[in-house]
Design a protein around this ligand. Structure first.
Ligand code: C2E
Ligand code: MG
Ligand code: MG
Ligand code: MG
Length: 288
């Protein structure tokens, strides 16, 4: 069916734009069916987390990972969040699901540490709706305490859209996270519409350069210039830079030449199960 075909196209990293069109033009019946299914999925705990390595460009070593949610759909198989995250955001289910993501990712960090795999920094995506949850900070604190995570092992990724609705509220919350020593990254940087002046008003640690700019390096000169400008600006604000969607050695070489600190992308590993990530850590940290 069309749903599945488009999803598979997306999941295999092609045809993103078609997929987005498809999402937007989905008819009301399909949307309703997805809502009903998602409510069931939350009840039946059909979600799982995949982990994608983040690499220190200077040493080539794994610093940590980003937790990325997947839906183990009983018939359609493993579904990417592109398929359902907007719906969760719109109906508010992202709040309980996001809490589960936080608990599960931190629990996984504890398991890896107990298994002797060493320190793994963990990046977690938070959507605007999750920020509106009055329990957010207390919940994060509880999870951090329970899993004995170093707070600075945990990084929250937010997009510029968070800042669009209530900037002052967003600043207050981010400052509280900073007081808790949790790191903050702006995700998909360069694709939002906010003014750049907000950058210096926020307690940020990192910018993540959107994959859209990295994708056509080194062939597209504009993208090279934009990426170089973003990295230079981030460094002038003492922020570290993560490049998203690094797929080729050429891209990595270009980013390294600009002193970009961290790389994430298929070149270093696709998002993978906790078991596969543990295996990768064992191999690279010579524990195998
Ligand atoms: P994101 O946070 O920007 O995550 C990066 C996305 O790029 C992931 O898609 C990842 O699989 C994909 N990616 C990474 N490297 C490459 C590459 O080299 N090539 C290509 N073609 N793609 C690459 P994914 O896992 O489908 O997630 C999509 C978005 O869903 C995420 O974008 C994030 O905004 C959202 N999301 C995922 N998990 C969560 C979650 O637990 N909570 C919330 N609130 N949002 C989430
Ligand atoms: Mg992210
Ligand atoms: Mg991103
Ligand atoms: Mg993205």
């Amino acid at each position: 069916n069309a749903d599945l075909a488009m999803y598979q196209a997306k999941f295999h990293g092609r045809d993103n734009f078609h997929f987005f069109n498809f999402q937007l033009h989905k008819d009301a019946d399909t949307r309703m069916a997805l809502e009903v299914e998602l409510r069931r999925a939350v009840q039946d705990k059909e979600f799982t987390l995949f982990y994608q390595p983040q690499i220190d460009f200077a040493t080539g070593r794994i610093l940590g990972c980003e937790a990325l949610i997947r839906w183990k759909h009983p018939e359609k198989g493993l579904l990417s969040p592109y398929f359902f995250i907007d719906t969760l955001e719109n109906n508010g289910l992202i709040v309980p699901v996001g809490k589960w993501v936080m608990e599960e990712a931190c629990r996984q960090c504890l398991i890896w540490r107990e298994d002797g795999l060493g320190r793994v920094d963990m990046s977690i995506n938070l959507s605007p709706r999750q920020f509106a949850d009055p329990d957010l900070l207390e919940h994060i604190q509880t999870v951090v305490n329970k899993t004995q995570l170093e707070p600075n092992q945990l990084e929250i990724e937010v997009t510029e859209s968070l800042l669009a609705t209530d900037f002052d509220y967003a600043v207050t919350l981010l400052e509280k996270l900073q007081e808790m020593k949790i790191h903050i990254a702006i995700d998909d940087f360069g694709t939002g519409y906010s003014s750049l002046s907000y950058l210096k008003q926020l307690p940020l640690d990192k910018l993540k350069v959107d994959r859209a700019f990295v994708m056509d390096i080194p062939n597209n000169n504009d993208d090279k210039q934009i990426t170089a400008a973003i990295i230079a600006m981030a460094h002038s604000l003492s922020l570290k830079v993560v490049a998203e969607g690094v797929e080729t050695e050429d891209q990595a070489a270009f980013l390294k030449s600009l002193k970009c600190e961290i790389g994430q992308g298929y070149l270093y590993g696709k998002p993978m199960s906790a078991e596969a990530f543990a295996q990768l850590l064992k191999t690279e940290r010579s524990l195998a």
